[in-house]
Structure formats: structure tokens, C-alpha cells
Design a protein around this ligand. Structure first.
Ligand code: SAH
Ligand code: SF4
Length: 467
């Protein structure tokens, strides 16, 4: 289905309505929590808002319509979104015509929708993750409102539309997200994603290819394909193309650009995938492979469908075919029942693989998941202690890995000024690492790709000079 089929006449009608209601160009503000999938959704929501007549603002104090795109993966993200929603009460008192909405994974959960209904009366509307492409229709209903509106349907009744040709307002003119699939079928026992994003749905290969071609022709240099488990791309499509089939087709596209993807599930990451990346023209030498734990017992309790040995062998294979590859991972600390021995196995796996960076998370109990019902929940003090030890070890490993880069010349895409010094550029290497280097007399711009020689490193940042 395409975007116009779904929203049809509503768009033109709404544009007219908005002109009459506001008698000026109203302003839309969006705040995004959580993962890249949410970032990508927010770029679509901004694109749709712009199309129906809003301008985008990054100052919520001047906005006419405020939307919070929420996350539910950990409690911390939910509490942050709720606290920011709480602050809006004050803006609403100053400007009673302000419209405030919430969308995304947090409000897809029934109990959170009820919380908003009862505890946040100044929120005007809420819509779930399977309603995102109906944003124009939702805004139309909200503007006609006589009462608050809740558009949240479970994935059992509404599987979510797969809509093409949605207007997207990308934050960058050089780096872009491209969703290749939505949802997840894996039901890892700690994770809320399958409940709030529904089952896997892949976009047609032709649609992904034409979006990437279009981005390359517009000068995008760094494109990341998104999905909760990109390795199972295509299993639900008619000709069941594989993820490697998709990558192969994208790699044929002419132009000067780098392709990345996230996230891969180790159970579905094949040697064929690593072999392909090693021979490809456009694939970045970076692979994010979430390990979650180094203990077989915990991996099984997590329902991850691989064991420590298979995981370690996979990483070894990746390094054998691509010695320059940067491997990164996710780890959960303090999963229910995790003993000191289990945790030490995680540390030893980190030592064995020597990832460039590790995104580590303290286990967070998620309502409705199997792990939330497990009896042996770990106390906060133990979780924090283990997290501290993990961070310390990983900082040492990241540092040692980065030291090996000194004197090497790396290809770097300029992202912008360094946050602390406007005479210094901040960029990202093809491996995905952040690098800082002083500006010289060259008139460079963000998005340009340059050669930088590494001079010194700290655990997560590298410093160099332009070649
Ligand atoms: N689909 C991706 C990422 C999902 S969420 C994958 O399978 O890798 C991103 C990361 O958040 C996960 O890899 C996991 O490490 C972490 N995470 C998910 N649920 C969590 C929970 N309940 N508590 C702590 N961390 C969690
Ligand atoms: Fe969550 Fe597991 Fe699906 Fe990733 S693969 S989104 S961790 S259920």
C-alpha cells in the first residue's frame, strides 16, 4: 500500500483546515526516546507533519503540536518520557491551545496507555506503533476533537500497515536510516519488543532498493539498514529473498557510499553473510552482534537459541575473513538467576572476543515478559557492582584496541564540529568509531569523506590529523 492510498483526501483537506485554524504556519516538535527504529519513525512523523502544513521546531516552548515518541525497552526510558510529559502540564497552562500527544513502544502497552489516560489528563492523544502511517488521519481527528483520543490497537487485531512512499524529513543530508523490516519473532525472555512492535514484516526488496538508490543519488554517504533481526529479512515475502540477497542487490548500486545494518541476531548470522561483507564494495567493516551473556545457562534462559561456543566461533570467523572488522555487542547484566560464575563467563567472553565497544545494560524487568516472572531476580547492588566491573574491563579492551590504530590512516565521514571546540571536526570512521581532528585551511563540510591519520586514542575517542 502506498502512503496516498492510506491517507488519501485527508491530506489536502487537512492542509486547508490547518491554514484556517492557525492562520499562520503552526509548529511541530517531536522528542524521540530509544533506538534507531524510533529515530527513523520520528523522521517519518516529521515528514508527514511538514506535508500537512506544520513547520518543525526544536524548541518545545513555541510548539503548537508536541509529540513524544517513546521507548519501552528499559524502565529508565519509560520514566524519562513520563517525567518529560509531566513538564508539559506547565506549557499547557501557558498555552491552552497546545496539542500534546504520545506515540511509540511505551504507549503500545495497555497498562501504560491506562496510566496516560488517568494520570496525565493534559495529554490529548495517544497512538500505537502500528498506527504511525496514519498520522495525518490521527491529527485530523485530534483537531476535530471534543474529547481526548486513544488510537491504540493490539497487534492481534491490527498487524500494522506496511506503507511505502511516506514523506521523510531526514535530520542529516549525508547519513540515513532505511527500515527494511518491522517487528520481531524471537521472544527473548527479557524483551518487550515483540509485544510492542508485533511480528516480523519485511518491506519488498524493490522498495528498499529504490529508497537506497534515491538516497545515493541525493548524495547520502552513510546508510544504515534497520530491523530488529535483519538476518531474518525476507522470510515472510513471496519469493523469500534472504538478507544476503538484499545486500547483494544494494551493493550493485553505483556511487560513493557506505552501507551498515542493525541488528543481527547471532542465531541467524551465517558464514555466507560474513563472506559476502568481506568481498563487498559498499559494506562498512563493522558488525554489531549482540551477545547478551557469555553463560550457556543464561543464554538458554534468555531463549537466545545459540551457545557461547557458537557465538565465539562466529566472532572468530568474522575476524578471520575480515581482519580489519570492528565488532561491537550488547550485554545484559543481572538477568534473573545470573550467578557470579555466569557473570565471570560473560567477562571472559568479552576478553576472548575483544569487542571495540560494548553497549551494556542493567537488566530491567518488563511487564508481560517471561523473565519478569522468574523468581530469582538479582538485587540492585549486585547488578550495579557487576556493571562497574564490566565497564572497567571493557574500557581497558577498547583502549588497547584503539591503540593499535595509532599512525594508521582512516577514511572518515565528517559529522560536524566537536562539541567542545569549534576548531576541531568530529567524524566517524568506517568502523563506526568517533574521531576528532583539528580543522585546517581546507573548506570542508559535514558529510565529506576525508583521510585522517590517527595520533592518539582514549577508550572511546580517537584523535588524529587530516592527511
Ligand atoms: N533486536 C535487537 C535489539 C533489541 S533492544 C537485538 O536483538 O539485538 C536493544 C538491546 O537492549 C538488547 O540487545 C538488549 O541488550 C537490551 N535489552 C532489551 N531488553 C532489555 C531489558 N529488559 N533489560 C535490559 N536490557 C534490555
Ligand atoms: Fe528483543 Fe530478542 Fe527480538 Fe532483539 S531479537 S528485539 S532482544 S526479542
Amino acid at each position: 500500500m502506498n502512503y496516498i492510498e492510506l491517507n488519501g483526501d485527508c491530506i489536502n483537506r487537512l492542509k486547508e483546515k490547518i491554514k484556517i485554524i492557525y492562520n499562520r504556519t503552526p509548529l511541530f516538535f517531536i522528542e524521540t526516546y530509544g533506538c534507531q527504529q524510533n529515530e527513523a519513525d520520528s523522521e517519518k512523523l516529521m515528514g508527514m507533519a511538514k506535508e500537512i502544513g506544520f513547520d518543525i521546531t526544536d524548541d518545545k516552548n513555541e510548539a503548537d503540536l508536541i509529540l513524544f515518541n517513546t521507548c519501552a525497552v528499559r524502565e529508565h526510558a519509560e520514566l524519562k518520557a513520563l517525567s518529560h510529559t509531566g513538564h508539559i502540564k506547565h506549557l499547557k497552562e501557558l498555552n491552552p491551545s497546545l496539542i500534546v500527544g504520545l506515540c511509540g513502544c511505551m504507549v503500545q502497552q495497555e497498562h501504560r496507555k491506562e496510566d496516560i489516560k488517568h494520570k496525565y489528563p493534559y495529554v490529548d492523544f495517544v497512538f500505537g506503533t502500528n498506527m504511525i502511517f496514519k498520522f495525518p488521519q490521527i491529527v485530523e481527528k485530534v483537531l476535530e476533537r471534543t474529547k481526548r483520543q486513544f488510537f491504540v490497537e493490539s497487534y492481534e487485531t491490527n498487524k500494522g500497515d506496511m506503507v511505502e512512499e511516506v514523506p521523510v524529513l531526514r535530520k542529516s543530508t549525508k547519513t540515513a536510516w532505511v527500515s527494511i523490516m518491522y517487528g520481531c519473532n524471537n521472544f527473548c525472555t527479557y524483551c518487550v519488543v515483540p509485544y510492542v512492535r508485533g511480528r516480523e514484516r519485511s518491506r519488498e526488496m524493490s522498495a528498499v532498493i529504490s529508497e537506497v538508490k534515491d538516497l545515493v543519488s541525493k548524495g547520502y554517504k552513510d546508510i544504515t539498514l534497520l530491523g530488529q533481526n535483519v538476518n531474518s529479512y525476507g522470510k515472510d515475502l513471496k519469493d523469500t529473498p534472504s538478507f544476503v540477497d538484499l545486500l547483494r542487490a544494494l551493493d550493485e548500486i553505483q556511487g560513493d557510499f557506505v552501507l551498515r545494518f542493525m541488528t543481527s541476531h547471532p542465531k541467524d548470522a551465517t558464514h555466507e553473510l560474513f563472506d559476502f561483507i568481506s568481498q563487498s564494495r559498499h559494506m562498512a567493516p563493522h558488525f554489531h552482534l549482540p551477545m547478551q551473556s557469555g553463560s550457556d545457562r543464561i543464554l538458554s534462559e534468555m531463549n537466545r537459541h545459540y551457545d557461547r561456543k557458537t557465538f565465539l566461533e562466529l566472532c572468530k570467523y568474522a575476524k578471520s575473513v575480515m581482519p580489519e572488522i570492528s565488532l561491537t555487542t550488547d550485554v545484559i547484566v543481572g538477568f534473573p538467576g545470573e550467578t557470579e560464575e555466569d557473570f565471570v563467563e560473560t567477562l571472559s567472553a568479552l576478553e576472548e572476543v575483544r569487542f571495540d565497544s560494548v553497549y551494556s545494560f542493567i537488566y530491567s524487568k518488563r511487564k508481560g515478559t517471561k523473565a519478569a516472572e522468574m523468581t530469582e531476580q538479582i538485587d540492585d547492588e549486585t547488578k550495579k557492582d557487576r556493571m562497574g566491573r564490566l565497564l572497567e574491563l571493557q574500557q581497558k579492551i577498547s583502549n588497547e584496541n584503539n591503540l593499535k590504530l595509532v599512525n594508521k590512516v582512516l577514511k572518515v565521514i565528517i559529522e560536524g564540529n566537536s562539541k567542545t571546540n569549534e576548531n576541531v571536526w568530529a567524524g566517524r570512521t568506517e568502523q563506526g568509531k568517533i574521531i576528532h581532528f583539528p580543522k585546517d585551511s581546507r573548506a570542508l563540510l559535514p558529510g565529506q569523506v576525508v583521510d585522517v591519520e590517527v595520533e592518539r586514542t582514549e577508550s572511546y575517542t580517537i584523535y588524529g590529523k587530516l592527511k
